[in-house]
Design a protein around this ligand. Sequence first.
Ligand SMILES: C[S@@+](CC[C@H](N)C(=O)[O-])C[C@H]1O[C@@H](n2cnc3c(N)ncnc32)[C@H](O)[C@@H]1O
Length: 355
Amino acid sequence: MLLMLHTAPGLDRVLWREVRSLDPYATNEGARLVAGRNSALLIATEDPELMLRSRIAEDLYAVFAHTQQLELGRRGLEQLTMLARTAPGWDDALRLHAQITGGRGGRRTSTYRVISRAQGERGYKRTEAGQAVAAGLRARLGQKWRLVEDDAQVEVWLTLLGTEAIIAVRLTTREQRHRDKSANLPASLRPAVAAALVNLTDPAPDDLFLDPFCGTGTILIERALAGRYRLLIGSDRSKEALAAAEENIGTRHKPLELHDWDATQIPLEDGSVSAIATNPPFGEQIGSHEENRRLYPAFLSEAHRLLRPGGRLVVLTPEADLMKRHLAPPKWTTTGRFGLRVLGRPASIYSARRS
Ligand SMILES: C[S@@+](CC[C@H](N)C(=O)[O-])C[C@H]1O[C@@H](n2cnc3c(N)ncnc32)[C@H](O)[C@@H]1O
């Protein structure tokens, strides 16, 4: 089955890494950037329910119609209606949707809505394309289904990217997607981004995992959910952030410690930490670029002291020059750099090992 997985813009390569670990037989059918807001990764898998375990995907869709050859002008609209009406993948997509969401609950009538998004010129409006898909579905589904504007049991998403059309059923319910923390501060990460940082540390059961700029605890929570560990430690200089982290983490994840430590002077022994994933101040909402010139080298030197040889470091930041200068051989072996947008701004995830 063809699935579309949404994540934060730029995270599709890390998402693909996670997908492969969930299903080694899945194939990558390419990523697209949709409206600057999402990276959409298409994958083919025999076991789509495995993807519900993804933490980097924010939404999951079963694709039931896909073409790269949508005609321009009105004929494109007819093509969309025909696809929605006849594409053979609809029954499988609906069956999967019922398995995941608990079905239509024995109701006699089911409701659906069509959401459309479009990039590029085609000679008709995005809303007309949505109506064309709705017309095809109406013809296909008959009396027992009702088209609604909101709160539908089944959401059909149409994505138009130039001459490509992807029509899919959304599989993730509001509850599944709702993974907001109760306490957020302005610089809190999206959980999917935190999950990507954690994935790049290659979590292992004996991990002593540290986030020395833990803020509201987003990364610690994702590490706790990523599998077994020996100990999780978060620290931050802000009392407000530590209180928020405590509220968000609650009593669910143990053993876990939170401390009011300075990230440049952590009272742990040399070589005692196996993995660090963190996002230090960007120097915009928190701190300044001037302060970062002192903070980053001091933090990276402390991270080097704390990590055992081969220990993994993953850092999210827009401070490209500082990272290039201070996360370098011979102390560090860099293993990857992933560009993404955080709160609309370009940043990168840097991954490295202590040499
Ligand atoms: C970008 S925020 C981290 C956000 C966090 N990942 C989250 O999702 O909530 C950076 C954090 O670093 C903390 N911080 C700044 N300087 C610090 C230092 N020298 N030592 C420890 N924490 C520091 C700030 O209080 C802030 O909470």
